[in-house]
Design a protein around this ligand. Sequence first.
Ligand code: NAD
Length: 296
Amino acid sequence: MDIAFFGVGNMGGPMAANLVKAGHRVRVFDLVPALVEAAVENGAEAAPDPARAVSGAEMVISMLPSAQAVEELYLGEAGILSAIDPASLIVDCSTIDAATARKLSVLAGESGRTMIDAPVSGGVGGSRAGTLTFICGGPEAAVERARPLLEVMGRNVFRAGDSGAGQVAKICNNMLLAILMAGTAEALQLGVDNGLDPAVLSQIMAESSGSNWALKVYNPWPGVMENAPASNDYRGGFGVKLMNKDLGLALQSALDSRSSTPMGALARSLYALHANAGNEALDFSSIQRLYASRGA
Ligand code: NAD
């Protein structure tokens, strides 16, 4: 398939590389030339500008940092929406607010084009390994059309509902993850402050009713889990900055729908505090340090 791919950063770079590996023709465009060069080394073609990237493309994929960047790409001064072949499918994999995702899909629809939202879960590791989870929003037929390509880059492809639903499901999940991570860190600190071994406590809770993914797979206490970012000075993994972004999107969504999200709001404040203390670049499990009264 002929694919145009926008945004070959931490996530998009490996995703584009996996499409090339599967035999697709991929033209990439990014604002950072060095990232385009890296994609070319992995077998993609460099597009000189966004319009030429989409020329002849059967599928257009974007993986950008923010809603503003996505709006700019499709609708800005040199916006590509009108240059895209109406027969091709547009798949935005960026994590953005649901309202912007809906607006884009409506505008695409009004111009005779189809656009779905397909944010991902699984991080940079999942992107490299081709094991991402795609959480799609849009017409069923469009999601099914995208599925074979998404399955090249990921292991699971879900349809959460209509346009914007993928974004809503993604931020619900990440809000819950932040709450679970903060709660897990809090419980571990309480145990350690009262003389428990964090590894023993983790083992007990993992087999008890407090068990959760943050505790079992991504333990925030250094040394409990060899391969978790906590055991590597909280390097790698999913950054505090990105978690803050997703919590902000969750709270914005809660305001829009007048939902009560007290735990999400608290998690957002904890992560903002943690980020402002200079921890933005660390993995999100480093929230453990916020609780550390006697060393974590
Ligand atoms: P990144 O900053 O590494 O990559 C984004 C790329 O988009 C950059 O290279 C940037 O130059 C490029 N870009 C910006 N505007 C552009 C434009 N108009 N045209 C072409 N390229 C443009 O970010 P990332 O970590 O790859 O994240 C991408 C998206 O995936 C974000 O929305 C993020 O929230 C989401 N996400 C990230 C992770 C993660 O672990 N990094 C996990 C899940 C979801």
